[in-house]
Ligand binder design. Sequence first.
Ligand SMILES: [Zn+2]
Ligand SMILES: [Zn+2]
Length: 260
Amino acid sequence: MHKHSTVEVLGCSGSIGIPGQGTTSFLIDDDILIDAGTGLCELEFDRLEKIEHVILTHSHLDHICGLPFMVDTVGVGRNSPLKVYASKPTLDALKQHVFNHFIWPDFTRIPSADNPVMVYQEISPEQVLHFGKRQIQVVEVAHTVPAIGVFLFTPTGGWCFSGDTHQTDRLFDLINATKKVDYLFIEAAFPDKEKWLADLAKHLCPSLLFDELKKITVPGCEVWISHLKPKDRTLIEHELQQYPGAQPLRILSAGMTFTI
Ligand SMILES: [Zn+2]
Ligand SMILES: [Zn+2]
């Protein structure tokens, strides 16, 4: 069957330091962006212009830092405002700490509050957003700040992105319940020697990830790993190769495209 949507990896690294591998940002088709990390900054102007919806998993800088530049670049001259979807705590953080007139202008009042170039759309965990035949559902995950994971469901399949998370159940419950997730993108930020740091920063390391993946009870879900910290990338990759599951874990890289 003809696949319905594409997910393009603009960035999926745990930080900077590897040219061409920016931080978290995924583009669904031409118009929906999931997170706006430094990977977004690689996108050409005419493709930035086509983005209508930006969904943010949480307020951390490696997931939002491209948004201020994007709205500055494509904002004025748009026919309709850019819609930024996030939970209330994430939106509050953006309003208070980023688009606050000090760090960056408040684009929800430019050129005027009646006709702004950007609008906030508050969403809450479990909410389903409809974009034509594409459905996006968000679920709560476990990070140091309120954070969500994102599901895309199309008529031909499904995709799931964990966002930044420590141990969590809801994400896997939905993967198992829907039986439609072809690809799971999930993080492994730290090597096992820094499990203490993964626990503290509420991220995953390979041993924690292996236990999380045991929660998947349905077949057909290909697992791709993101958010490796560049400093320990080789070590984390080696540890991921020790995965005892039936299918090997695959390392995500900017420039990859998946059809859903
Ligand atoms: Zn984070
Ligand atoms: Zn992150």
